[in-house]
Design a protein around this ligand. Structure first.
Ligand code: HEC
Length: 477
């Protein structure tokens, strides 16, 4: 009897062992191992009609690209996720392969792409409906389709979507339905109540108007909304908080278009989920700008005095024009920012907040970016928020924390970024390199640590002034 059980167990072990890949000296197969990795990490973009140039839905498609797949995943070039996985986060919807998955893709390619038994393959992935959160309360559509040529540089264009609501409303979630996913690379959204965006639109002969880094010159943005990148999922705002949508406001979308090789047309929609009643808390956006060195501060003060005397507050552009000045040929230009009390134009946060997301912003010369919070405890504990080791202007996005991070009153933010203005930087838009200063154009630079938050307790009334006020001299503590 005993021996019977023992031998039955031994037999079972033997059967189990022999069905494992190692026991039979086998490597991974498409059906058993590779298909699931591609479904989870690649198919958001690599399927027909999406931003990636080819599909990875079938065995044949994957086999054809096996060597490239092993290469780009080994390099961590794909899936696109520029943020560090060891500093900051954890982030929602993080798309990063584990070392074992990378090794599986490599071993599979090296072994000549065995398909394995088709009945081991997972069922094909189901993709989310157009509006995964349900039908939005308000759907805004681009006023007319925008035509794109087959080839040429990427385009950055802002479109003005009129809301025409009779009263202020609160937005609980925002979703986007790109009209043509082959060309829409990302979408940034904001709110304008000044009418300035309409003016810029009227001046540009084509639908919408050109704008690179933001929403166009002189647009005093009232608020930022979540942004869209391929594969991103809409999210609700934290409890009792929303984005304010003032009555009659214009919703601006800045589209980043990437040419597909064929003529295309896009008509993107934005879906808004609105709260039935006003909410006590507002989702707010904060900005950390570069630190102004003492020697520049005096010059800047003169500029402000002259500007104010002439009745015109200097713009963000004028303020920062020389603060960021990257000499041609410089491969590692450092910029720092800090909102520590005492720094020019900086102040620590004045109430406990819940930090919901971060979004580093630079242009083409950006190289790396680190963003931290420094807590008001005795040790000045540093809380890593995000680090981007290989900045890629094409893959910038909002990084939403898996759970909002509570930061106590007195916390301040710090950032360090580097820029490469050498001829060796393939992303450098100027040949030969030239002096690059702060500005909105492709050939200018910026460096901003953008973050989204709500106050932790109590309420935060609707903002009554546009965002860039935060950097006006009045904000100095
Ligand atoms: C967020 C969208 C997205 C995801 C997710 C994604 N890709 Fe891509 N992929 C792209 C785009 C866009 C391109 C073409 C432009 C480029 O090379 O950046 C591309 C290009 C590629 C290339 C060609 C690279 C070259 O140098 O020609 C390969 C191979 C590839 N992807 C494999 C993968 C694999 C494997 C995964 C999953 C592990 C993946 N991608 C996930 C968007 C994506």
């Amino acid at each position: 009897m005993r021996t019977g059980i023992a031998s039955a167990l031994a037999l079972a072990e033997l059967i189990l062992a022999s069905s494992g890949p190692t026991a039979r000296g086998e490597g991974p197969t498409y059906s058993k191992d590779v298909a699931a990795i591609l479904q989870k990490n690649c198919q958001d973009c690599h399927r027909p009609g999406q931003v990636a140039p080819f599909a990875l839905l079938s065995y044949d498609q994957a086999k054809k690209r096996a060597a490239d797949i092993a290469h780009v995943t080994g390099d961590r070039y794909m899936p696109p996720w520029p943020a560090s996985t060891t500093f900051g986060g954890p982030f929602r919807d993080q798309r990063v392969l584990g070392d074992a998955e990378v090794a599986t893709l490599r071993a599979w390619a090296d072994a000549g792409c065995p398909e394995g038994d088709a009945k081991d393959a997972p069922p094909p992935r189901a993709f989310a409906a157009d509006w995964p959160l349900g039908t939005p309360d308000l759907i805004l559509t681009m006023p007319e389709p925008y035509p794109l040529e087959a080839d040429g540089d990427d385009e950055f264009r802002v479109f003005v979507l009129k809301t025409d609501l009779p009263e202020d409303r609160w937005i609980k979630a925002v979703d986007f339905k790109p009209g043509n996913r082959k060309v829409v690379h990302h979408i940034i959204a904001g709110i304008d109540v000044s009418g300035r965006a309409r003016e810029l639109d009227a001046k540009d002969p084509k639908p919408g108007y050109v704008a690179l880094g933001g929403f166009g010159e002189g647009v005093p943005l009232r608020g930022f909304l979540p942004i869209w990148t391929p594969g991103s999922r809409p999210r609700h705002t934290p409890e009792a908080a929303g984005y304010v949508l003032p009555s009659k406001a214009d919703l601006l979308i800045q589209m980043h278009y990437h040419k597909s090789g064929k003529t295309e047309s896009d008509s993107t929609q934005v879906g808004l989920y609105l709260s039935a009643k006003p909410l006590p808390k507002q989702v707010l956006t904060g900005f950390l700008f570069p630190e102004i060195a003492p020697e520049q501060a005096a010059k800047l003060a003169d500029k402000f005095r002259a500007g104010m005397a002439a009745g015109k507050r200097p713009s963000l552009e004028e303020t920062y024009h020389d603060v960021l000045a990257i000499p041609p040929g410089e491969p590692n230009y450092a910029i720092k920012g800090s909102s520590k009390a005492g720094k020019m134009m900086a102040r620590p946060i004045s109430r406990d907040i819940l930090l919901t997301s971060v979004m580093p912003h630079m242009h083409w010369l950006g190289k790396d970016f680190r963003f931290e919070a420094v807590l008001p405890d005795e040790k000045g504990t540093r809380l890593p928020l995000i680090q981007i080791n290989r900045w890629d202007f094409n893959w910038q996005g909002t990084y939403a924390f898996a759970e909002p991070i509570r930061l106590p009153k007195g916390t301040y933010f710090e950032m360090v970024a580097h820029f490469d203005n050498s001829a060796d930087n393939p992303a450098n838009p100027s040949h030969p390199p030239r002096l690059v200063t702060w500005g909105e154009q492709t050939t200018d630079e910026m460096c901003i640590g953008i973050y989204e938050f709500v106050v932790a307790d109590g309420s935060s009334p609707a903002a009554s002034s546009p965002i860039p006020k935060a950097i006006a001299p009045a904000a100095k503590p």
